[in-house]
Design a binder for this molecule. Sequence first.
Ligand code: CUA
Length: 416
Amino acid sequence: MRRPTTRLLITFLVSLVIGYALSWLIMLLLGVELRAYGVSTLSIVAILIAMFLVIVLDGPLNLKTFEWPEPDEEEAGRDDNVRHLLLVSILIAAIGGGVAMWLNNARLLPTPASAESIPLDNLLKLHFWVIGFLFALVSVFMGYSIVVFRRKAGDTEDGVYMHGHTTLEVLWTVVPLIAVLYFGYLGATSLAEITTPKPEAMVVEVDAFQWGWNFSYPEFGDKKSPDLNLPRDRQILLKMSSRDVIHSFWVPEFRVKQDVVPGRTTQLLVTPIREGQYKVRCAEMCGLAHSSMLATVNVMPAEEFQAWAASGGVAQGDLTSAERGAQLALQCLGCHSTDGSQLVGPTWQGLFGTQEMLADGSTVTVDEAYLRNSIINPNAQIVEGFPPSVMPAGYGDILSEEEIDDIIAYIKSLAE
Ligand code: CUA
């Protein structure tokens, strides 16, 4: 029979190996890329599993017989306290620092692409250091006490009664107070930094609706686009309004987010600093096709943006009715596909001229009259298998007669 100290050590080492194997397996099963999350993630999961295993194995292996040297004299007790505190401090520094570094390297956020993301990411990194320290403060004291100060075999006495410790109480009140005030100060200055508009900011109007986005650029006449095109290194002032319900404008790479509320104009400042393509997402549950309420963001060099904004595109008069309809219909494609795939609403591919079975059991031929009625009055003739009250009513007010004709011409062109 080995000595209990050796047994405890061997148990911990074996548990650690098992912990590593298990955490590696878990990451494999979850498809987590080791390169992205690093060996430190693996180690922390492994150590947690090992700690759990040691506690579970404590009973059967009778590890409790392991004895920490008993202080006989007051002098020896003080030495012991210093040793305990030293050990605990080292463990807190190591584990707290490890957790903070792991969180800061774990690529929890996508690549920052706006000037606003820099102060926000710095704040987050600072918070991770505090989180790491607090995590270690609680878990190290708890784990250390469970292992070192556990009840020894045959000991039935109560612990020492203690009450109050003024120095400690003053410290744990004043230190967090200063920390919270400091973070409040940092938060306020960062908020001021990212919400102050510059006079040279470019205004882009954002029109949100169920379920899509339209962008217009008042600085360039009646320039509009279904994608958000932005020049690099210029502050953009988004003026946002909604046609129907509350939506929320969110580009994760820009970090900032703002609700879009019907009946008022909300604002958001973004200064793109990195060229590339991103996605606007709607971050407010706004109905059935909320998850497909996406738009592409193109951040490009200033000259390229100027060229795009100044290009008039094709004069509307030169387009056929179906071509104009294709442009107008961009706002419909969150719910209707043009390639036969099934979205929230019926696909438009090959739709024109077919017979549709309606929810009330009758059939209808898809012709101009049926399409017009479905756009203006979407609940009147619901196709079998599709839920009612999903398509917003009110397109009769948003679209002109000619625009509805153009969309119908476009749907007709998809029949071939
Ligand atoms: Cu709009 Cu969710």
